[in-house]
Design a protein around this ligand. Structure first.
Ligand SMILES: [Zn+2]
Length: 177
């Protein structure tokens, strides 16, 4: 894929003319630092937050599979985004703080909330519901079912990661419980 040359002018939000200067259309660019592809895949900034990042397809998949959207940012921008995240996410930060205090009391970390969202579940979903949703979703995009389908492979990976996050959280609760 050919990439537009990088610009040092990366404001936020990142709106800029895309492609030739004769092209009148302005396209929202991917929010991932340094990416000049059109950002047309919205991804929630925080669980249940109406605010969205807008990523290109590749970075949306990366965001969904790794949650590591601070990677590649310089320190100042990473801090600015972390600050915004904390503000947007204050309710969940609190939940994370108290998350391990009880056993299955619904206290969830931000990672767990994101994982639940990937699996299409509510914050109070039981681990049985998690297993069920994960099996059903993973089955649809399993490499055996969709061989050679890159999008399915990415989705499959995202479901695996989400399940792993929730499985480990469940284990921690059982130890503490
Ligand atoms: Zn991108």
């Amino acid at each position: 894929m050919s990439r537009a040359k990088r610009s040092l002018d990366w404001g936020f939000p990142r709106w800029r003319g895309y492609g030739s200067s004769r092209d009148a259309a302005t396209v929202r660019l991917c929010d991932r630092h340094g990416c000049e592809d059109p950002g047309n895949c919205p991804a929630p900034k925080a669980p249940n937050s109406p605010e969205r990042w807008y990523f290109c397809e590749k970075h949306a998949a990366e965001y969904n599979s790794k949650w590591d959207y601070f990677a590649g940012l310089d320190e100042a921008e990473a801090q600015a985004r972390a600050k915004t995240e904390r503000r947007d996410n204050s309710g969940f930060a609190e939940a994370a703080h108290y998350g391990w205090a009880g056993s299955g009391d619904g206290g969830r970390s931000a990672d767990e909330m994101r994982a639940l969202e990937v699996l299409g579940l509510e914050s109070d979903a039981s681990f049985e519901a998690v297993k069920k949703a994960w099996r059903a979703k993973a089955k649809e995009v399993h490499p055996d079912v969709r061989p050679g389908d890159a999008d399915a492979a990415k989705a499959f990976q995202a479901f695996q990661v989400a399940y792993e996050v929730l499985r480990q959280a469940e284990e921690r609760r059982e130890w503490k419980g």
